[in-house]
Design a protein around this ligand. Structure first.
Ligand SMILES: Nc1ncnc2c1ncn2[C@@H]1O[C@H](COP(=O)(O)OP(=O)(O)OP(=O)(O)O)[C@@H](O)[C@H]1O
Ligand SMILES: O=P(O)(O)OC[C@H]1O[C@H](OP(=O)(O)OP(=O)(O)O)[C@H](O)[C@@H]1O
Ligand SMILES: [Mg+2]
Length: 281
């Protein structure tokens, strides 16, 4: 049985479980369940703290798991990135009291609070900045006001938490993170990992693409398929109307209406868009 680690709470938890359900797996109904077996798919799910998942997977106790790229790097473990999952996107950034810092070099000799101390230490060392690191568990934004740090390095999504704390980001983002499927480097059952990975990729495709159908005059086909090249190549089939063909192609979900406008201008008619419920590429 493939052993899979799933975040049990926090920003990654709900979206991870939703994605696994869309990929056809069983998920727990009750948040008190710590482990469940999905016999039909021959996998077992372990619900763990997102920060611990890279440790379990890196040490080979569990085969694969879902966690954030920032947490994976901070764990310095032996797990590796298998697939980016497209949710929980965030940046990891420096921030300080509004107007106080404009350049990361100003951090020399200062104290920086963070929950990602290994990641931060590595970044400071790479940048040649000699600053103190204060490791805190959460609510990092309060640390400056409370006097334990001069600046912070923390997760930023909308920036609302930072603004509410009167802080301002400065410098380039230290890293960009998102949820990942991670795997142990020498996992035994590579076939089972491949199936999981392909299923999750299928969910990503179903979320990111729609199916577009339209009719076009044969002599305009080339111009139309340049607008909708599909993933590999669009399907072109005959129509009972002389000189016309039907085209079917997957197109990115964002900008669907612009694509339809362009197709109409080229001469396409009866342009239809439908959702993709599931996909395996
Ligand atoms: N607001 C957010 N938007 C997007 N991703 C986020 C956000 N907050 C945290 N994350 C991501 O979620 C992961 C951390 O999860 P979470 O915040 O639930 O863990 P934690 O902070 O260690 O735990 P907790 O907050 O329960 O103490 C990281 O990969 C981080 O980048
Ligand atoms: O830029 P924003 O959209 O405001 O989101 C970023 C905030 O979300 C996370 O906090 P979380 O709720 O996990 O609390 P924590 O600090 O206790 O981890 C993160 O640590 C930031 O504080
Ligand atoms: Mg958090």
């Amino acid at each position: 049985m493939l052993r899979i680690a799933v975040p049990n709470k926090g920003a990654l938890s709900q979206a991870s479980q939703t994605m696994l359900i869309e990929a056809g797996y069983l998920q727990r109904r009750d948040t008190r369940e710590l482990v469940i077996a999905d016999e039909e798919n021959n996998v077992e799910f372990f619900y763990l703290r997102p920060r611990d998942i890279a440790v379990y997977v890196g040490s080979g106790i569990l085969d694969v798991g879902i966690t954030g790229r920032d947490l994976l790097l901070d764990s310095e473990g032996a797990a590796e990135e298998a697939l980016a999952l497209g949710f929980a996107k965030s940046t990891f950034r420096f921030a300080g009291p509004a107007g106080e810092f404009s350049d990361v070099r100003q951090l020399a000799g200062k104290r920086v609070a963070t929950s990602y101390d290994k990641l931060l230490r590595q970044h400071l060392a790479d940048a040649g900045i000699d600053a103190g690191v204060v490791r805190l568990d959460g609510a990092i934004e309060s640390s400056i006001r409370l006097g334990v740090a001069d600046a912070i390095a923390d997760v930023v999504e909308t920036g609302n938490t930072m603004r509410a704390a009167g802080l301002e980001v400065f410098g380039e983002p230290i890293m960009r993170s998102e949820a990942l499927l991670i795997r142990q480097q020498d996992v035994q059952d590579t076939d089972a990992v491949d199936i999981l990975s392909r299923r999750l990729q299928g969910v990503l495709v179903a979320r990111q693409y729609v199916m577009m159908d339209y009719d076009i005059r044969e002599d305009l086909l080339e111009a139309a398929t340049a607008v909708t090249p599909g993933l590999e190549a669009p399907t072109v089939s005959a129509l009972s109307r002389e000189g016309w063909v039907a085209v079917r192609a997957m197109v990115p979900k964002g900008g669907t209406n612009q694509t339809m406008d362009r197709l109409y201008e080229v001469g396409a008619r009866a342009i239809l868009v439908s959702p993709i419920a599931a996909a395996r590429l």
